[in-house]
Design a protein around this ligand. Structure first.
Ligand SMILES: [Zn+2]
Length: 300
């Protein structure tokens, strides 16, 4: 798993790499170095995976990025910085869908201080920590239909099986890497890499626009529902048994548009059947005496 961070020897080459990111050159005794896995191409618990090309692009983007240890809110300066990254194939390991497994690993350094001595001990001791990465991606491809869900949604549900195929989303074309962090999760056996990503700004604009449209549609729909409820109340006065306004309100309160329309249809039908019955009663009332008269004539 990804939780184990390994410290390694600080060679001259490592020191040179680190010092590319420092204002003042640091010495080996000043720093603590460790390696970690940032992310991989396996399908994660959100049923998402990074593509191999995304891992390679993220490897470049995460160089020089600072990470925070957010298990300790007091540790304001508990940061580490990535100075080297690599994408490596792990021999003999396959992803959930049987592809060769690749991981994006990073080397990070911390400047030793009195405040982070305990934290360094924890890392050196291999305490389990979850690595969380934050980045933006331009493409989110559905494994079933190939639709780019960053642009428009498809009907498939992540984690659901369609026949033999599992629906998952492949994240590719990263546009930016923001930060990474460690969260201590000693009690969580399945802890691994988590990621937070967001779509490009254009996509966020689409989401904002769609939300506004959805709000407008909802307003129209509730106005229409109020109208239908009024019509139902009007029809209910002609029904047998007669419904009170409170009864109608209680009946229609939780109904969605489909059920409201259905109820409206039923009441209309009931009323037209009732008025037909009334018409027939009326007609038989008018015709009855005539027949009797005729009969009377015959009896005479
Ligand atoms: Zn799909």
């Amino acid at each position: 798993m990804h939780q184990t961070q390994k410290s390694f020897e600080i060679t001259d080459k490592v020191l040179e790499q680190v010092n590319r990111y420092t204002v003042e050159p640091l010495e080996a005794k000043d720093i603590y170095c460790f390696s970690l896995t940032l992310c991989d191409n396996d399908i994660d618990r959100d049923c998402e995976r990074f593509s191999l090309s995304a891992l390679k692009e993220l490897a470049v983007m995460f160089c020089g990025k600072s990470g925070i240890f957010d298990h300790d809110p007091k540790g304001m300066n508990q940061t580490a910085r990535i100075f080297d990254t690599a994408v490596a194939k792990v021999e003999g390991r396959l992803t959930l869908d049987g592809q060769p497994y690749y991981a994006l690993t990073a080397k990070a350094y911390m400047v030793r201080t009195a405040a982070n001595a305990d934290l360094i001990k924890e890392i050196a001791g291999g305490i389990k920590k979850e690595v969380s990465v934050s980045c933006s991606v331009a493409k989110q491809l559905c494994s079933i239909c190939g639709a780019d869900r960053a642009k428009s949604a498809c009907a498939h549900v992540k984690g659901k099986r369609y026949g033999e195929k599992l629906c998952f989303v492949t994240l590719s074309e990263p546009t930016d890497a923001y930060e990474w962090s460690f969260v201590a999760v000693p009690a969580q056996p399945k802890a691994g890499v988590t990621k937070h990503y967001e779509s490009r700004r254009e996509d966020r604009n689409i989401v904002t626009k769609l939300k506004a449209e959805l709000g407008e549609t909802n307003r129209r729909l509730s106005a229409a529902a109020e109208f239908v409820k009024g019509e139902i109340l009007r029809l209910s006065y002609f029904c047998k048994p007669f419904y009170t306004a409170q009864e109608v309100a209680a009946m229609t309160e939780e109904m969605d548009m489909h059920r409201l329309i259905e109820l409206h249809k039923q009441l209309s039908k009931r009323i037209s059947r009732h008025s037909r019955e009334l018409d027939e009663e009326e007609r038989s009332f008018i015709t009855q005496p005539q027949q009797q008269e005729e009969n009377d004539e015959y009896t005479i």
